[in-house]
Write a protein that binds this ligand. Structure first.
Ligand code: NDP
Ligand code: 2IT
Length: 450
């Protein structure tokens, strides 16, 4: 990297850190994007003159609110609710809600920032946002979750709308939570609109939305492999997580002839060398979505290995699909993956690899797709759900899946065209960041200093 470029990055990061010294995850996400786009900005001084970077890292609006609720025993708790409305240059704010005890402004700003570029890559008219709460849905009854969601939406409803800000799910927010949130929005506003995505099929949801993120991450990996004349057929695949994204990533890998050998949750991972087949995956789906149990129970049922408190990256594989959470692959684990022959990483989760891990993947010249490209299928189908809601029609499964597949292929092409080096190797991080950024930046320039 040229000296002037690294100086530019350093001085900008000093500015970001000085403003919000404790937002580590946000710094990490910003640094990755700025590293990719610095050469472009230095070549296009008009963007710098209009302070495009300073503007793009500053949320247009953040709302934070109190969420009081009572548990089944009548005990009162108070959680924090947030919505970060990051950027509306390309469309209304769009992005998920996360319910997890680790939720804070740093996490939500990093996620909202990533969402802006991800949504831009989908080529759909979507701005970027993210929200959530430090509420932990684990070990809560359905009624407790309902009361929490109702209290959360009682405040959030005044800030969102089908043409303003359209939340969806993320960690801890699935079909059950979206249902409770939607019910409360409708009750207060007296409107049946597409204000949330990930809705149930009978009440405005889209086919393939539950599958979209996991399928999309696998479609993206397939595109990367195709460029090398490879496919999923016969490949050994490690997946982390066992929630929405992990489950449908596993489903698509199985359909493509790959063998999924691991899944995990925050307590540990299972290693099933025989492969998680359709029947075993149905069991995982039942376990996680209905009985809401732990992945350990899989090992007890099928008699395979369970490692307490560990992540699956020590298991030998050809493809790794991190589908749990941020910073879940560190440098040491990245080195281990490479040493064991892993050649493809497609991120279902948001920012699951630390910067040091990404550095190892790049050094190893393997096929590495960052979350904002690889997991864009989820929000893409959310965009398709919004279109169907506006038109008041429902597309078939094949129609939506076909569109999802086309969008993932197109994101892959954009990454290649912006990230290809002279020797043919593709830096998908640079590709995704530059392709995603340029469109947002151009729109912001056209819309004046807002
Ligand atoms: P879920 O809540 O359905 O599942 C999350 C999974 O990850 C669970 O298995 C959970 O285990 C595990 N997990 C969560 N936090 C941690 C942690 N700190 N350490 C270890 N494991 C953890 O969420 P999703 O599947 O929807 O989301 C997974 C990832 O994908 C997130 O990074 C999310 O931002 C990203 N994503 C999701 C999209 C979507 O459409 N849902 C779209 C794009 C990205 P446990 O049950 O023990 O908590
Ligand atoms: O991180 C993400 O892209 C999501 N959680 C999905 C967002 C959405 O609006 O569907």
């Amino acid at each position: 990297m040229e000296k002037s470029t690294s100086k530019f990055i350093r001085s900008f990061m000093d500015y970001v850190k000085a403003r919000d010294p404790f937002q580590k995850e946000f710094h990490q996400a910003v640094h990755e994007v700025v590293e990719s786009i610095a050469p472009f900005l230095l070549n296009n001084p008009n963007y710098n003159q209009s302070k495009i970077l300073e503007r793009i890292i500053e949320p247009e609006r953040i709302v934070q609110f109190r969420v009081p609720w009572t548990n089944d025993k009548g005990v009162v708790s108070v959680n924090r609710g947030f919505r970060v409305e990051m950027n509306s240059a390309l469309g209304p704010y769009k992005g998920g809600l996360r319910f997890h005890p680790t939720v804070n402004l740093s996490i939500l700003k990093f996620l909202a920032f990533e969402q802006v570029f991800k949504n831009s890559l989908t080529s759909l008219p979507l701005g970027g946002g993210k929200g959530g709460s430090d509420f932990d849905p684990k070990n809560k009854s359905d009624n407790e979750v309902m009361r929490f969601c109702q209290s959360f939406m009682t405040e959030l409803q005044r800030h969102i709308g089908p043409n303003t800000d359209i939340p969806a799910g993320d960690i801890g927010v699935g079909g059950r939570e979206i249902g409770f949130l939607f019910g409360q929005y409708k009750r207060i506003r007296n409107e049946f609109t597409g204000v949330l995505t990930g809705k149930g099929l009978e009440w405005g949801g889209s086919l393939i939305r539950p599958e979209a993120t996991g399928y999309g991450a696998v479609y993206f990996a397939e595109e990367m492999m195709k460029r090398k004349g490879e496919s999923f057929d016969g490949k050994v695949v490690c997946i982390s997580g066992s929630g929405n994204v992990a489950q449908f990533a596993a489903e698509k890998v199985i359909q493509f002839g790959g063998k999924v050998v691991t899944m995990s949750d925050s307590s540990g991972f299972i290693h099933d060398p025989d492969g998680i087949d359709r029947e075993k995956l149905d069991y995982v789906m039942e376990l996680k979505n209905i009985s809401r149990g732990r992945i350990k129970e899989y090992a007890e049922r099928y008699g395979c290995i369970y490692k307490v408190g560990e992540r699956p990256w020590s298991v030998k594989c050809d493809v790794a699909l991190p589908c749990a959470t941020e910073n879940e692959i560190n440098q040491e684990e990245a080195t281990m993956l490479l040493k064991n022959g892993c050649e493809v990483i497609s991120e279902g989760a948001n920012m699951p690899s630390t910067p040091e891990a990404v550095h190892e993947f790049h050094k190893g010249r393997i096929l590495y797709a960052p979350g904002k490209a690889a997991n864009a299928g989820g929000v893409a189908v959310s965009g398709l759900e919004m279109s169907q809601n506006s038109m008041r029609i429902n597309w078939t499964r094949e129609e939506v899946d076909g569109r999802l597949h086309t969008i993932m292929k197109s994101i892959h092409e954009m990454c290649v065209s912006y990230g290809k080096h002279n020797n043919g190797w593709v830096n998908y991080v640079d590709g995704a960041n530059v392709a995603g950024f340029v469109k947002v930046a151009k729109a912001m320039m056209a819309q004046g200093y807002v």
